[in-house]
Design a protein around this ligand. Structure first.
Ligand code: ATP
Length: 360
């Protein structure tokens, strides 16, 4: 069921269209990640949802309540929406307890209990109750910020790059912890990030923005494997893009003839494979020359860049597969693990797992 409905929302700043006719539905209790390069309009979209900006046109509806209809908006403090930013935006002169309890009624008899329960929820040790923000680590500050946002019992939580100031290990832990807290509380969440791995692992729905427009939205797996265009493909992870000839049930490309559900696509097209779909099998040069399997793809390793977990192999394609206009296929760069890494000069057979994605 749609909980948050964004319809044709546009926001301009002078000549810049920061958000351009964006339409997006968010299901109740789900997690959406908005990704895109710097300046693509992610934060502006979040601020429009939060009520910190008014759209020039379009509607924002939350749980059936119209929050924005063109420039007429319900102000931020009257929306049941929590907001956590990159720096946490804590009040530096207030203690952890007062930061968390900021939105709670000061006269409420269970105020202290509520603050302790919120600290427990975000796994903050109660000994930090009377500390001030500068006496906390970055991760602890983000937990306080999250607890403060949760204190208002929001229906919707907006997270604007909340993990980006944290170092890699802590960042991953915080992401998991925050996702778990919000899931347990059943709070619909929108996360803005420019980290595609973070988006893919955090969300049920990923929305990709570019130049103010929403270019694609869907479950992480389908966006990763079936991106709408090559820019999105490369943005969401390493992508191998190849020219191909499509036939009925097969695809001819530099990696040989692949069996695939080509539906009604025929003729020339561009295809995409993820590096983990490829397996390089060691063969001899003689194997390549005498192979009875004309559909197999072969390559010769011309360069290796060792990178530990992720190594780069440059392959010269052998045979006529992937030839374009009489020219042999261009060398292909493949990312693979250090296990069974071939050496420069080795010959390999290229095996493809799963199906390639064919761009429309
Ligand atoms: N208050 C403002 N006044 C003028 N222009 C603005 C304002 N806020 C944003 N913009 C412009 O709108 C565009 C979108 O900005 P926005 O901050 O939404 O992008 P973003 O995707 O969140 O970028 P980043 O990842 O760098 O934070 C940019 O061109 C930005 O310069």
């Amino acid at each position: 069921m749609t909980f948050l409905d964004i319809r044709g929302v546009t926001k301009r700043y002078g000549v810049t269209t920061a958000v351009d006719d964006v339409t997006l539905s968010v299901a109740a209790g789900s997690r959406t990640a908005v990704v895109g390069p710097s300046g693509s309009g992610k934060t502006t979209l979040l601020r429009l949802i939060g009520g910190f900006e008014a759209p020039d046109s379009g509607q924002v509806t939350l749980n059936g309540d119209v929050l924005a209809d063109g420039t007429a908006i319900v102000p931020a403090h009257r929306r049941s929406v929590g907001f956590v930013t990159q720096d946490g935006s804590l009040f530096p002169h207030l203690t952890v307890a007062d930061n968390i309890g900021f939105g709670l009624d000061k006269r409420s008899p269970d105020r202290s209990q509520r603050i302790l329960a919120l600290m427990d929820m975000v796994e903050l040790d109660p000994i930090m109750l009377n500390r001030r923000p500068h006496q906390l680590s970055g991760g602890q500050q983000q937990r306080v910020s999250l607890a403060r946002a949760l204190a208002r019992q929001p229906k919707l939580m907006l997270l604007d790059e909340p993990f980006s100031a944290l170092d890699t290990g802590l960042r991953e832990n915080m992401r998991k912890a925050v996702a778990a807290v919000l899931k347990k509380a059943g709070i619909t969440t929108i996360l803005v990030t420019h980290d595609q791995a973070e988006a893919l692992s955090f969300a049920d729905q990923v929305a990709v923005m570019r130049q103010g427009k929403l270019v694609q939205a869907g479950p992480p797996r389908s966006l990763y494997l079936n991106p709408s265009d090559r820019t999105t493909a490369s943005f969401l992870g390493d992508a191998i893009l190849l020219p191909a000839e499509i036939g009925n049930g097969w695809i001819d490309c530099a990696f040989g003839r692949l069996v695939a559900n080509t539906a009604d696509r025929l003729g020339k097209a561009e295809i995409m494979l993820r590096p983990e779909q490829l397996k390089l099998v060691a063969v001899t040069e003689k194997d390549v020359m005498t192979s009875p399997d004309a559909s197999a793809g072969y390559g010769k390793v011309v360069d290796i860049e060792f990178g530990g977990a992720v190594c780069t192999v440059m392959l010269a394609i052998m045979g006529s597969h992937g030839a374009q206009d009489g020219k042999p296929a261009a060398p292909v760069q493949i990312k693979c693990s250090a296990v069974n890494l071939p050496a420069t000069g080795d010959h390999v057979r290229i095996e493809v797992l799963g199906e390639p994605h064919i761009f429309a």
